[in-house]
Design a protein around this ligand. Sequence first.
Ligand code: C2E
Ligand code: CA
Ligand code: CA
Ligand code: CA
Length: 278
Amino acid sequence: AKRAGGNTYQYFSGKMTEAAFRRHTMENHLRKAIERNELELHYQPIFNIAIGKFCGVEALLRWDNHELGKVTPIEFIPLAEETGLIVKIGEWVLRQACIKIKNWGNQGILLSRMAVNVSAMQLLHKGFASQVTAILKETGLDPGILELELTESALISDEDSVLEALHDLKKIGVQLAIDDFGTGYSSLSRLKNFPIDRLKIDRNFIQDIEDSSDRGAIAVAIIAMAEGMEMKVTAEGVETDVQLSFLRNKHCDEIQGYLMSRPLPSALIDEFLIKNLR
Ligand code: C2E
Ligand code: CA
Ligand code: CA
Ligand code: CA
């Protein structure tokens, strides 16, 4: 979508500049995405294997722009982080997610968890803990229902400020999870200092369960470690029955993945939960 003519067109015609142009266009659109109502949350159900019940959902952000079409979070989240836009967008996500689960509660759809992704930049932003407090107060949600998912790489960025931020959040009473666990090269001795409630095993290690040379060795190690550190563990990206029964045998607490359900838009997740919760 190169609208500009003349020099501008030539300037943006190279291969690299094409990418730079897309980025620039995307940034401009992303700035207005909230006010234009282009953002939406989808929700992926999380299933507790031991209890045999759906126990929560993870909120996943979607962006549909009139010019760019659907942009995946893999592409726009990093841009939102680099530009600082994630602070406002993340606040929007938190609020929508809290409103959603509060509304479910009012309708008698009872879930014990709403998981929300939080990027490093949000976590380290000065006002984050008070943002969370304000949204919980606004929606009247029990803090223990909200679980914030932080990637391992977010946690190793600046240890002192990260620890302080995590403790501030624990004081509020929210749950904390490490997302994509196993991919981030964090040292385990440092990790044990973090007030973390849950590890989410990265999808790659779940795929390895059916790989004959690996047989899920890392997934098993993470489950054992979580147990030793008194954390809960959720397997991400579970797509097959083989993976599910393997994880059940190894006493993994929860699973999430296409086998149970894809992330669903607002109306469909309501239907899904009504059908599958009783
Ligand atoms: P994530 O937090 O690791 O989320 C899981 C991703 O795996 C989601 O991709 C989900 O759709 C996908 N997935 C779930 N089950 C399966 C499965 O069985 N197989 C496969 N192949 N994929 C599965 P999605 O929605 O594209 O999100 C990508 C990433 O973008 C997320 O990874 C998260 O890091 C980031 N993200 C999404 N929403 C937000 C948000 O609101 N805030 C922040 N900071 N990051 C977000
Ligand atoms: Ca996540
Ligand atoms: Ca993940
Ligand atoms: Ca991921």
